[in-house]
Design a protein around this ligand. Structure first.
Ligand code: ADP
Ligand code: MG
Length: 396
């Protein structure tokens, strides 16, 4: 993969950087600025090299047209604070404002274009439409740096097509992510333990198929648990369940058994009378979830067992919270996994937007982990062993 060095002398050059600034917002307040902070090193490296930097990014899903609530203004303001210098936000992506902003940009200065998803061509399935937008973007700069790891699995104009139109390289964030995730997936030090949870069950079941050939232990928590419990013939009350995946899960359980991979399911579940922070709740054996109750976390015995399975691991990959950690009463499993990873001497990787947010929100020290990925879908696809378009296009 080409890195920034391959771009040669950048003095006086204009460099377009694709960052991932898709931060959670409460109105115009950023509730977790992790992605903005993660974008700083590459931008700073380019500024130090004498370049002028033009940042492009998306925020949310404005659906291909300008919508003020999806403006990158809060991200531009936060980036400016972190860099300690102004970040001029253009009013548009490739229109008059962008052209004027970029024309006025001097080496050492930073500008940002408005939300790339204000333009429907960004995510178009029609190659020619994406290429047209990429050409307009390429006209603004001399080189392209891909640093939005969270989007490298997307074949989009600002990620993929643009890299074909300008000298292109991976930024330090993407470089770092690929290095860490590869360490966990190619020849991992063993025991290799993967902890899976969260609510995007069907997305993640695909990862399991791939991991069955690689990991030594698979610990299953979060909303995914209930499809596994159902596959074993247990009732799961009102818990999250993907009925159409039960057969696939039965297959995974069988393959795991045949190939000697240990699938660890929680022995108890924290169930609630309703999906609410203050709902009545109790822990019950996983095969005795009462009718009408919802499983919102793994139980305390499962937390202990999972911690023990993580303790002696040499490589640990964790994707997806063990429970609805946003509610204090159901954060126990997620806390236990995070703590066990911090306590282990293994190489520990956290993937998934909500998992990374949980680590910060529950007050853990991010430095306690070997690597916290900024990309949910992208990190999962790397773990699955897929070819990511936004990375393939950066190859020499
Ligand atoms: P990530 O972003 O880390 O990949 P996901 O997006 O798949 O994770 O899922 C995160 C969400 O999963 C969290 O908001 C959490 O509340 C939810 N979740 C975890 N366990 C359960 C459960 N048992 N039932 C419903 N939702 C759950
Ligand atoms: Mg998520």
């Amino acid at each position: 993969m080409k890195t920034i060095n391959s771009l040669g002398d950048l003095t006086g050059k204009k460099v377009l950087v694709r960052s991932d600034l898709n931060v959670p917002l409460d109105g115009t307040t950023i509730t977790d600025d992790g992605r903005v902070r993660a974008s700083v090193p590459t931008i700073q490296t380019l500024l130090d090299a004498g370049a002028a930097v033009i940042v492009m990014a998306h925020l949310g899903r404005p659906g291909g047209e300008p919508k003020p609530e999806y403006s990158l203004a809060p991200a531009a303001a936060r980036l400016s604070e972190l860099l300690g210098q102004p970040v001029t936000l253009a009013d548009d992506l490739v229109g008059e404002s962008a052209a004027a902003t970029v024309a006025a940009l001097e080496p050492g200065q930073v500008a940002m274009l408005e939300n790339v998803r204000y333009d429907a061509r960004e995510t178009s399935k029609v190659d020619a439409e994406r290429e047209e937008l990429a050409t307009a973007l390429a006209g603004l700069a001399d080189a392209f740096v891909s640093d939005g790891f969270g989007v490298v699995h997307r074949k989009q104009a600002s990620v993929y097509d643009i890299a074909k139109q300008l000298p292109a390289a991976a930024g330090t964030l993407v470089e770092n992510e690929v290095e860490s995730l590869s360490r966990a997936t190619t020849n991992p030090e063993r025991p290799y333990v993967v902890v899976l949870g969260g609510s995007k069950v069907s997305d993640k079941l695909g990862v399991i198929a791939n991991l069955l050939g690689k990991a030594d232990r698979l610990l299953i928590g979060g909303g995914m648990v209930f499809t596994f419990l159902a596959a074993k013939g247990h009732s799961v009350g009102k818990s999250l369940l993907e009925e159409d995946q039960i057969e696939a899960v039965k297959g995974y359980l069988k393959t795991a058994e045949e190939s000697g991979v240990e699938i660890v399911l929680p022995e108890d579940i924290e169930v609630a009378s309703a999906f609410a922070a203050d709902a009545e709740h109790k822990s019950v054996p996983a095969d005795q979830i009462p009718d009408g109750w919802i499983g919102l976390d793994i139980g305390p015995r499962a937390s202990e067992a999972f911690s023990a399975k993580i303790a002696d691991a040499k490589t640990i990959v964790w994707n997806g919270p063990m429970g609805v950690f946003e509610f204090e009463a159901f954060a126990g499993g997620t806390k236990a996994v995070a703590q066990a990873m911090i306590d282990s001497d293994g190489f520990s990787v956290v993937g998934g937007g909500d998992s990374a947010a949980a680590v910060r929100r529950l007050g853990f020290d991010e430095d306690g982990f070997s690597h916290i990925s900024t990309g949910g879908g992208a990190s999962l696809e790397l773990l699955e062993g897929k070819v990511l378009p936004g990375l393939a296009v950066l190859e020499d």
